[in-house]
Design a protein around this ligand. Structure first.
Ligand code: CUA
Length: 346
C-alpha cells in the first residue's frame, strides 16, 4: 500500500486528465434548461444522501477498526473473542426507519422530476419536432412549419419543444445532455419528450443506444435561437434551391436518389440521407462529427467510410451503385465542384 501512496500526485494528475470534467459540450452538470435542471437537482439530492451514508458507514467502520483492534496489533489464537451479542430491536428498527427516510428523501424529487419531464408545461404552445433516427444520422421535421433538416435542429429560446422520436431501422436513443433527456427510439412506437433551452447557443447531442458500427459517430446539434432569429431561420430553411446551379455530378452520381435538394427537378423525394437543401448553413457535417469546412466536406465526400465506417452512402452508393453498377468514380474536379456547390447552400 505504502509504495502506491507515494505516487499520489501523478495518480491525481492522471485522474484530472482522464476526462473528469464538470463542464463541456455534453455535460449534464452544465444544465441549461428546465428539464435538465430538474434532473441535475435530483442527481444532487441522490449524491448528497449517498455521501452522508458513506460518511456514517465509513466513519463507523474506521472507528471500529481503530478501537477494537487486537492489542499490540497481534492476531493470536489465544486472544479471546469479544462478547458476542445477538439482536438489538431498537437499533434494528432504527436502521430500517432511517433507510426508509433516506429512500423517501430521494424518491420525492425523483418522482417529481419524472412527472415534470412527462408533462408539457401550460402557457406557451410547444413547438413540435419529429425526430427520426437512421443508421447513422438524424432527421428533424417541423410539421407546423414545413421545415426539414438533417442532424442540426434550430429551436426557439424559452419555448418548450416537443420532440417526437421514431426510428427508421434499429434502436437509437435521443439525448441532448445540457437540455435534458433521454428517450429511446423504439421501432413502431411514437414516444416523446419535451426540452427547453434557457439561452441561445449550440447544444451537442448524441445517440446513446448502441446501433451498429458507427453508433459513436451518430451525433447531432440543437441550435437555440432568440424567437425572432428562429422565425427567420425557419422561413429561410423552408425556401428551396431552385435558383442555384447544381454541378453535373449531382445527376451523374444520382445523389437525389437519397438526398433532397428541394426546388431542383427530382430533388423533393430523396429521404434515405439527410436533406441537403441548406447544408451550407449547418455548423457540422456527417451527423455532427466534423465542423462544416470545405476541407472536411471534401474528405467526407472523397471517402465517407473513413469518417463513418459502414454508412449506406458508401456501401450502397459508392460501392454497389457507382462502382459495381455504373462503373464511375468521383474525380478530384467533381469533388471540388460538389464541395463548392454544397457550401454555397446557406
Ligand atoms: Cu443510433 Cu447509436
Amino acid at each position: 500500500m505504502n509504495r502506491w501512496i507515494k505516487y499520489w500526485q501523478p495518480m491525481l494528475a492522471a485522474l484530472a486528465v482522464s476526462g473528469c470534467s464538470l463542464s463541456g459540450p455534453q455535460s449534464t452538470l452544465d444544465a441549461d434548461g428546465p428539464v435538465a435542471r430538474i434532473q441535475y437537482e435530483t442527481f444532487l439530492v441522490t449524491l448528497w444522501v449517498s455521501v452522508a451514508i458513506f460518511a456514517v458507514v465509513g466513519g463507523m467502520f474506521l472507528y471500529c477498526l481503530v478501537n477494537f483492534r487486537a492489542p499490540g496489533g497481534e492476531v493470536s489464537r489465544d486472544y479471546p473473542l469479544p462478547d458476542q451479542g445477538h439482536g438489538n430491536p431498537l437499533l434494528e428498527i432504527g436502521v430500517i426507519f432511517v433507510s426508509i427516510l433516506l429512500v423517501g428523501i430521494v424518491a420525492v424529487p425523483a418522482v417529481y422530476g419524472v412527472l415534470y419531464a412527462g408533462t408539457l408545461p401550460e402557457g406557451q404552445k410547444p413547438l413540435r419536432i419529429n425526430v427520426t433516427g437512421y443508421q447513422w444520422w438524424w432527421k428533424f421535421e417541423y410539421p407546423e412549419l414545413g421545415v426539414v433538416t438533417g442532424n442540426e435542429a434550430g429551436i426557439p429560446v424559452g419555448r418548450p419543444v416537443e420532440f417526437h422520436v421514431q426510428t427508421s431501422d434499429v434502436l437509437h436513443s435521443f439525448w441532448i445532455p445540457r437540455l435534458g433527456g433521454k428517450m429511446d427510439l423504439t421501432p413502431g412506437q411514437d414516444d416523446w419528450l419535451w426540452l427547453q433551452a434557457d439561452k441561445p447557443g449550440v447544444y451537442w447531442g448524441q445517440c446513446t443506444e448502441f446501433c451498429g458500427e458507427s453508433h459513436a459517430f451518430m451525433r447531432m446539434r440543437v441550435v437555440a435561437l432568440e424567437p425572432e432569429a428562429f422565425d427567420k431561420w425557419a422561413a429561410h430553411q423552408k425556401e428551396g434551391v431552385a435558383n442555384t446551379k447544381p454541378p453535373a455530378a449531382i445527376n451523374k452520381f444520382q445523389c437525389l436518389a437519397c438526398h433532397a435538394l428541394r426546388g431542383l427537378p427530382g430533388g423533393e423525394t430523396g429521404n434515405r440521407g439527410p436533406d441537403l437543401t441548406h447544408v451550407g448553413s449547418r455548423t457540422s457535417i456527417a451527423a455532427g462529427i466534423k465542423e462544416n469546412t470545405p476541407g472536411n466536406l471534401k474528405a467526407w465526400i472523397h471517402n465517407p467510410n473513413d469518417l463513418k465506417p459502414g454508412n449506406i452512402m458508401y456501401k450502397q452508393g459508392y460501392i454497389d451503385m457507382w462502382q459495381n453498377l455504373m462503373h464511375v468514380q468521383l474525380t478530384d474536379a467533381e469533388e471540388n465542384e460538389l464541395v463548392d456547390y454544397l457550401t454555397s447552400l446557406k
